[in-house]
Design a protein around this ligand. Sequence first.
Ligand code: 5GP
Length: 173
Amino acid sequence: MKKSVEEYVRSIPDFPEPGIIFRDITSVLQDADGLQMAIDEMQALIDSDKVDVIAGTESRGFIFGAPIAYNLHKPFVLIRKKGKLPCETVSRSYDLEYGTAEIEMHKDAIKPGQRVVVIDDLLATGGTLEACDKLIEELGGVVAKNVFLIELAGLKGREKLKDYEVASVICYE
Ligand code: 5GP
């Protein structure tokens, strides 16, 4: 019988710290069926008629976002860590468990009014995607949906993203 995409996710206890179960997606990517299922099932959560642009977050959001944009024949734009984009940017800082992080987008990545679907591999606390969504809005874009392969429901990312649509393929409690 064909495996489900969930069966390709590898769970690593105590990484990167004791007590954390890291959901590893490299085991999904390194299987041809797993890779195809992950992309197809994330793509199925998107209504192509209601989106103008696909945005991917560095770095695992790029892996899933680009093929989905290609399949739907939509532009693909990058949300990158600070200091990587060469043209004029807008940026946003957000809190991590320890310290802060900063993300950037090119100012011309999104035109006012464009509907944007944001792709990342995993929703944990929602801090990363909240910053991404706010950055897209700062550029005049409309966040149509946040799409993930995996959601860690116990960390309540959906509450942080309550103003936005959220969809995920796999959900862990
Ligand atoms: P958040 O901002 O929602 O707390 O964290 C989500 C970000 O952390 C995502 O960009 C995701 O790639 C990364 N992340 C956090 N925990 C995990 C995990 O268990 N597995 C993977 N693959 N990524 C994680």
